[in-house]
Design a protein. Structure first.
Length: 200
């Protein structure tokens, strides 16, 4: 199973933009949806990875992340923005873990050199939290974009110090198509079926 997140040069200042974009696409948000329709679609999407009690608790955080008014359907959490972000990331992790029980899961972040601050924090969070699951987190980036002041320049050494994180050098030209990359990732997961890993 593949979850694919695209970082964007135009949205480097939008926190968790790849996550927001992927959820909107996965839920099937339409431009003319009402708030209730979007909440229903969001609930159906998250239901695949969260049990009912966790779903009810997580909905206000995801609604806030996606800027969807809850209109009283879900009580305001009253948590600080930092606490909301932490609980949102933990809910995303729970979804990843639930999906990985069905089949090995590949979580792919593309163009990490354009990642916003929140997405870089999410990647650091995953590096510290994943363990003993059939999950491979991979992140691609252009090494020629990483000057000394680039935030990823300082993040990569932090990530590789975490257990289960590996830095790999691959020339994008060696992949004839995305299926080649998926094949490489599937092999990596199958070789370590009970271990989570993050590769950058």
């Amino acid at each position: 199973m593949l979850l694919r997140y695209f970082c964007s040069e135009q949205f480097q200042n939008t926190a968790l933009y790849p996550v927001i974009s992927q959820i909107r696409h996965g839920a099937g948000f339409a431009e003319n949806d009402t708030s209730d329709e979007r909440l229903d679609k969001l609930s159906r999407l998250l239901m695949a990875g969260l049990p009912p009690d966790e779903l009810a608790a997580a909905m206000p955080y995801f609604a806030a992340l996606l800027s969807v008014p809850t209109a009283g359907r879900y009580p305001a959490s009253g948590d600080s923005p930092e606490r909301q972000r932490e609980l949102t990331l933990r809910a995303l992790l729970s979804i990843f873990v639930a999906l990985s029980r069905e089949r090995p899961l590949l979580v792919l972040f593309e163009d990490l050199h354009w990642a916003d601050h929140g997405s870089r924090d999410f990647l650091r969070f995953l590096a510290r939290q994943l363990a003993d699951r059939r999950i491979l987190v991979a992140a691609t980036y252009r090494s020629d974009e990483l000057h000394r002041r680039h935030p990823l320049y300082t993040l990569l050494p932090v990530l590789v110090r975490e257990s289960g994180v590996e830095r790999c050098a691959h020339d994008a030209r060696q992949f004839r198509c995305f299926a080649d990359f998926q094949h490489l990732a599937a092999e990596a997961i199958s070789q370590r079926p009970q271990r989570s890993e993050l590769r950058v």
